[in-house]
Design a protein around this ligand. Sequence first.
Ligand code: AMP
Ligand code: TRP
Length: 332
Amino acid sequence: MTRIFSGVKPTGHLTLGNYLGAVRRWVEVDQHRADALFSIVDLHALTVEHDPARVRRLSRQAATLLLAAGLDPALCTVFVQSHVDEHTRLSYLLECTATDGELRRMIQYKEKSVRALASGESVRFSLLSYPVLMAADILAYRTDEVPVGEDQTQHVELTRDLAVRFNQRYGHTFSVPKAVRPPVAARVMDLQDPTSKMGKSHESAAGIVHLLDDADVVRKKIMRAVTDSGQEVEYDREGQPGVANLLEILAGCVAEDPAALAGAYTSYGALKRATAEAVIELLRPLRERHTVLASDPGHVDAVLKEGAERARGKARPVVDAAYRAAGLLPAG
Ligand code: AMP
Ligand code: TRP
């Protein structure tokens, strides 16, 4: 059976980008057709300055949102990364497989380290090693497919390289995974700055739709989205990034083609109204289920506990095999 692994970092409130780029596919497709694991990858949230209480809160919130979005613990495994030691155990072996040069070439590392330095923060060493831990997340489960948004492509490529290199050196141990991207909205852009990704940890929330924003807030943010200087509604990512982003969001919500949708609108205002209503409808059931689930944290904790046990059982033999293959003496 195909094995799927993906994750989301508890670094901020989940966004429409997370949902359209990744989570919706996990819910609608992946959990039904494969042995799928979805993780709140909390260790990755410690690679930049963090507030412990906030990470804890956001981890539970992310888990609650994944369940509210429709991940079903009877169909897939939902768990918190730090509950399963195998991830960090394997990460070290992969640090001994990766090179300093290839990690320094990672686009996200370059961007985030520049940003941290510019705001007077130091760059944590874990920001550099982060893609190795991500590779461990994936390889520990002999994953075949990794459903992610476009920004993660380079990290999955690195994961493939590490798997191949390890297998060549020490004998076949890992499956070589591939990234799977959604057909539209693989990169939802910030509504106020449509040349940069809609990200959880952006300084200003005006361009970010959070999954828990209420209808009025969603409407306001989308109606105030930056559009382009032209008049026509055209799907042109380069020339009209603001309009193209709205078309992609709308297309993602209603499962249509953004270029085909462009012809249906004669003004930016009409496109914004339609997009706002489509997003509100898309998120409504999710918000309602979130309210119910959030009132019963014991249930969410129980799901996570069982998920971690299941995940551990799958990862342990793979990581043990990797330790033996690399020459480490078994504990007996
Ligand atoms: P992160 O929020 O970085 O932990 O990302 C979790 C998942 O959501 C990953 O698969 C990302 O590729 C995806 N994702 C995050 N932001 C966006 C975005 N703006 N557009 C599309 N996918 C996204
Ligand atoms: N790095 C991913 C992100 O920023 C999150 C992540 C961590 C992940 N480990 C993973 C995604 C393993 C897929 C598979 O979005």
